[in-house]
Write a protein of this length. Sequence first.
Length: 95
Amino acid sequence: MTDNVINLGVLKLGCIGAAPLLDLLLDERADREDLSVRGFTSGAKLDNDSCAETTASAIANKPDLMILVCPNSALPGPKASRKAISDAGIPLITV
């Protein structure tokens, strides 16, 4: 890998149809040397505990940028996840 590798975290909370593609979209063949993508998922669950546990794992990976995918990010679990990511100082894109 190159010296300037971007560490991208893809946090999938709950189930939305396009979510399985998002962590593969930017490096489909896994041959990019400038990008490292790691996916984290809560499965179909959107409850506080499932979201908090998955989010903590994603934050521990120390990504340079996080993409959050959720069918309803206004629910308490995903809302707390967004706050935790913000508090960790990680730039976030919510889909």
